[in-house]
Write a protein that binds this ligand. Structure first.
Ligand code: ZN
Length: 472
């Protein structure tokens, strides 16, 4: 294995400068001005590094905008006392003018017959003990044995979906999600981002504001009026690629997405910094020392149904046949704690998930790189089965997996991922250089393989389980 040229690995300071530039541009939702500006900037960076064949491939995406949102509630017995509650419209839901109805707390009972459903939302608490007990999650690097007691809060509430896509018998006319279980005070939750246009109308309110609603409900019958303006339009966003030629006609793809829900430092300015670091590093390695071609990808529209990654896989089938591994890099996240409704950054990184195709030598390579760079709190996860029942990873890596392309998808899922609280202080910047070196280790180690060799080593669940059992 050839070694790393440490002196040309981009520094933490340089990577933070890129991150800051991206963050300061503004809200990078698909189709927003800041995302277009960052597309141009990425193109310039690629040119500056000397990448070849730089392409901005136009992709139609669904842009979501909202203008204003109002929620007013009152007791039926006291109609003169109108209370305005700050709220945030749920992305891609149906805009509405003066939706009036009685409020009803959603329990497990259906139907709610023509009422506006109110629901307390919680973020899911995931004990690491549980995560590492999942089938196929038997490889991790946890030198301080933190996984025995650590619980991570992931940015999802799995109950909510049922109410956004209500069954016919669940007759709610509108939806209010109270972010009561969130560890900080917010109503700005940019979920769902699947770009599915929903018939239902709904808003989020913060935990403290939600208490006003639930207290009023204890006093009697409560009415509400919801209004918000929003628009979904089809616009063109771009997948940006640039390449470096190597000594074979096979490829490694190193990618991430360039859009985000807010200014979003971790999601995904940090992933972009990781890809830029790879582009800069490899552009300084002579062609003779690059055993294969490298493609650097910044895809669009992760926050609009993953359309950019889906389109990239769809449009590049021939290239992907000759791809040894697709490496997708997202979210260099810092752990946080809650203090008086505020997020306080901590010293440690958020637990790092590494989704890897079920190929033992590829798992070996990834685990080895993690250990070499002392990337604690790392766990390798199988390409399916997380979340339980899923046939693909919850990342842009899913599109490669479903096409049978070997992949490594790095991701951390801190609780603030879809919130404007994802600011520069949430980046675990001291991880920037070690993760960059780890990815270089992975690429160097792949020199031993061709695309067809690696594909021939894919195992099914049972085969892998059997081999791993015998290894222990
Ligand atoms: Zn991301």
């Amino acid at each position: 294995m050839s070694s790393i040229k440490k002196e040309i690995v981009p520094t933490m300071a340089e990577m933070m400068a890129w991150t800051t530039k991206i963050f300061n541009q503004g809200i990078r939702r698909p189709g927003y001005p800041a995302d277009y500006a960052i597309e141009d900037w990425v193109k310039n960076q690629f040119e500056f590094f000397g990448l070849e064949n730089i392409i901005l491939d136009p992709i139609p995406v669904k842009k979501w905008e909202y203008y204003d949102a109002n929620l007013r509630i009152w007791l039926v017995d006291n109609p003169d006392n109108l209370i305005d509650i700050p709220c945030f419209p749920i992305p891609y839901t149906n805009p509405i003018k003066d939706l009036e109805g009685e409020l009803c707390m959603i329990s497990d009972e259906f139907p709610l017959s023509g009422k506006i459903g109110v629901m307390d939302l919680n973020l899911f608490n995931l004990p690491l003990k549980l995560l590492k007990s999942l089938p196929g999650a038997d490889r991790y690097y946890d030198p301080n044995n933190e996984f025995d007691y650590l619980t991570q809060i992931v940015p999802f509430d799995f109950k909510m979906r049922a109410f956004l896509d209500p069954p016919v018998e669940n007759n709610i006319t509108g939806f209010i999600g109270i972010l009561s279980g969130y560890p900080w005070e917010t109503d700005k939750y940019y979920v769902p981002y699947d770009a599915v246009e929903r018939k239902i109308s709904g808003v989020y309110v913060s935990g403290i504001n939600g208490k006003v609603i639930s207290k009023l409900l204890e006093k009697g019958k409560v009415m509400a009026k919801i209004s918000y303006n929003s628009r979904i339009s089809e616009v063109i966003s771009h997948n940006i690629t640039g390449t470096l030629q190597g000594m074979s006609d096979e490829w490694i793809i190193i990618g991430t997405h360039h859009d985000g829900p807010w200014n979003s430092a971790v999601e995904d300015a940090s992933g972009m910094a990781l890809v830029l670091a790879q582009a800069k590093y490899w552009s300084q390695i002579p062609k003779e020392q690059r055993p294969f071609n490298l493609m650097f990808l910044m895809n669009c529209a992760h926050m609009a149904g993953g359309e950019g990654a889906r389109a990239f896989v769809e449009k590049n089938k021939e290239l992907l046949k000759k791809t040894i591994v697709a490496i997708h890099l997202e979210h260099v996240a810092r752990d946080v704690k809650n203090e008086d409704g505020k997020l306080i950054p901590l010293d440690d990184p958020t637990v790092r998930w590494w989704f890897v195709s079920r190929i033992l030598p590829l798992e070996d390579i990834v685990e080895d790189a993690i250990k070499k760079e002392d990337l604690k709190r790392s766990i390798l996860l199988p390409p399916d089965g997380f979340p339980p029942g899923s046939d693909k990873p919850p990342t842009d890596g899913s599109f490669y997996h479903l096409e049978g392309i070997p992949f490594v998808s790095f991701l951390a899922a801190p609780p603030y991922l879809f919130d404007p609280g994802d600011t520069l202080d949430k980046i675990h910047q001291e991880s920037y250089e070690p993760i960059t070196r780890a990815v270089i280790h992975i690429i160097n180690a792949l020199k031993e393989y061709t695309a067809s060799e690696l594909r021939s080593l894919v195992l099914n669940k049972k085969e892998r389980q059997k081999i791993r059992k015998n290894m222990k």
